[in-house]
Design a protein around this ligand. Structure first.
Ligand SMILES: Nc1ncnc2c1ncn2[C@@H]1O[C@H](COP(=O)(O)OP(=O)(O)O)[C@@H](O)[C@H]1O
Ligand SMILES: [Mg+2]
Length: 267
């Protein structure tokens, strides 16, 4: 047995000197950080700091302008997004990308096909094994929904779900791709306190199931209680990295947020 280079003792993910320009705008500027297997890494920073852009580069949504991304030691820079999903990086789906007129379970079922090269219709022609496979995938989808607290609404039409449930469904679709690394972009936005508490528990549960997590989040008390380590971005660059308490007391971090009411350390 051979193991892929870097998989046994290197970081799970390494972002190495990555820049991303949109025309003349530098959204991410020579950014380097690592994600260790098993951790929950938080990414915070003011609006426009480049947080969503770096997740877009990691997941193959945007090509990097410069720099490299390594996953389990393998260079994945500029692989297409379906190839990156196949390797084990899942990205939470935003409410705007859900199939609103389909059932909750159908949305997760769709998630199973995201990492496949062969189109769904092509696979479905392979009758009858396709039927058995569909049954198995639906059962697995129902299992994911149960784990994430949506089992009772699996046959509801998605548009009828409350906002908080739609966001959780976006995570369920990512889980259907069987990720080793899950990328979350502000999973708690627009949620009430009860929904936030639920999401915190769900994210902890996902990590306990063995999935590493990178999470962008504005809600500081959520970030501070959930994350093992935090990377702070400002103007596309890392300005601090450390344990939650270190970040909370970091002068440069406080400076970057100063006068911005979004930095709600005490909420
Ligand atoms: N697709 C895009 N095209 C052009 N500019 C973009 C695009 N996406 C993001 N930007 C710009 O890049 C910068 C970083 O954006 P973003 O990564 O969304 O920040 P954050 O998620 O930290 O709020 C912003 O100035 C934003 O306007
Ligand atoms: Mg963003």
């Amino acid at each position: 047995m051979t193991t892929p280079a870097g998989s046994s003792n290197g970081p799970l993910l390494r972002v190495e000197d990555v820049s991303k320009h949109f025309g003349g705008l530098v959204a991410v500027n020579h950014l380097t950080f690592e994600v260790e297997e098993g951790e929950i890494l938080g990414i915070i920073g003011p609006n426009g700091a480049g947080k969503s852009t770096i997740l877009g580069v990691i997941s193959g949504f945007y090509p990097a302008t410069a720099g490299k991304v390594f996953f389990e030691g393998q260079d994945i820079t500029n692989l297409k997004s379906h190839g990156i999903v196949q390797l084990g990086i899942g990205r939470q789906f935003q409410a705007s990308t859900l199939f609103m007129s389909l059932s909750v379970l159908d949305n997760v079922y769709y998630g199973f096909h995201l990492g496949y090269k062969t189109p769904v219709w092509n696979r479905l022609l392979r009758f009858p094994s396709a039927l058995r496979e569909e049954r198995e995938l639906r059962a697995r989808g129902a299992e994911i929904l149960d784990q994430m607290g949506l089992g009772a609404v699996k046959n509801e039409i998605t548009k009828n779900l409350p906002h908080g449930h739609q966001r959780i469904l976006g995570v369920c679709i990512a889980l259907a791709t069987d990720p080793k690394l899950l990328l979350l972009d502000e999973p708690m936005t627009g949620m009430n306190q009860t929904e936030i508490a639920t999401m915190l528990e769900l994210v902890r549960g996902i990590r306990e199931s063995g999935i590493t997590i990178v999470m962008i989040e504005h809600n500081m008390s959520a970030v501070m209680s959930l994350c093992d380590r935090i990377v702070v971005l400002d103007h596309g660059q890392e300005i601090a990295e450390g344990l939650p308490w270190e970040i909370r007391e970091n002068d440069q971090v406080i400076e970057a947020y100063l006068g911005k009411d979004e930095f709600l350390l005490d909420d």
